[in-house]
Design a protein around this ligand. Sequence first.
Ligand SMILES: *Cc1c(COP(=O)(O)O)cnc(C)c1O
Length: 382
Amino acid sequence: MSSDAIIAFIRKTFRTDNEFIPLHAPVFHGNEKAYLNETIDSTFVSSVGPFVNKFEADLATATGARYCVAITNGTTALHLAMIVAGVKPGDEVLTQSLTFVATANAISHIGARPVFIDVDKDTMSMSPAALSSFLQQHVKIENGRCINKVTGNPVTACIPMHSFGFPGRIDEIAEICREFRIPLVEDAAESLGSYYKGIHTGNFGLMGVFSFNGNKIVTCGGGGAIITNDEAIAQKAKHLSTTAKVPHAWEFVHDEVAFNYRMPNLNAALACAQLEQLDTFLASKRKLAGQYRDYFLGSKVEFVYGIRDSLPNYWLNTILFPNPEDKEAFLQDSNAAKVMTRPAWQLMHKLRMYENCYCPAELINSEWLSNRLVNIPSSVIA
Ligand SMILES: *Cc1c(COP(=O)(O)O)cnc(C)c1O
């Protein structure tokens, strides 16, 4: 299957002969303008306002979580979730090298250190086998806490990421984390609308984190959220996101060093309007993924469709080339033909600031995927 053939198929599917085809463009066909105007007319544009509360309720409903806290963006949501989970400076946090840099950055913002665990080839998300093998070899439980025997540092969170919206084996990961007393925070930034065994991603551990950045399946310009099924955790997250202000009609009393991380009403208005269209977006994206799957069936280029028991949102459709040379050639050809495609993020443990991180094993599957993986145009086709 040549680059030209794939490019032609993508052009046919997106019904355009020579226009630029982005990887993932937002669609604003609902109540976006009406709700935005409402916030301006009301003068409540900042982080107090009815749309913020509405968005929290709507996102909780959409994900089946009991509680939701709206946050300024996905990175700050990860940062706050880890603080609420009890991560402290000097701790170690388990995550994957195949992720967007925000996951590792949020860990660093606390002064904690990322430890990169390999992913599974078929999910592109953290491998429960690699996680379990790391923990069995490297940690001990001391006074109910998980301690890395080699470094002496506490291991205080595990943050797997559902890459491109494909759910990982998150029930197995949750089980391992329980056994080793490690709080689980899912980086579900890419997986709004993705389910594993009938449960929405983000609900398998202590908290799940979402992003509503410009290129995500639902966007509000910039935004994020934490979901949880634990009331105390939700209260703590909300309190710390709003400068730990003790509720009072006029007094300003704060009882902790905290953050200004609450989503503004202006963004929440956009988020509410977008969330109303989530089912339509998902239907369109699952249809597109089906078309891609049929097209690549039987070819040397593998279309990733997700593992059994998973229902992905197909945020970014993903193909795997048989070797790095074919991948490079396709990236060149498609981008030259104004069809936007991109490789996996450079692996975290190869970035300058993370190359000295504690990396307990060869990340064989992460390397394998990063050598072959290409994301192809995935926008909602209206
Ligand atoms: C987008 C994204 C984030 C960060 O979200 P922002 O809203 O851009 O801060 C975090 N993790 C992953 C995996 C993401 O894709």
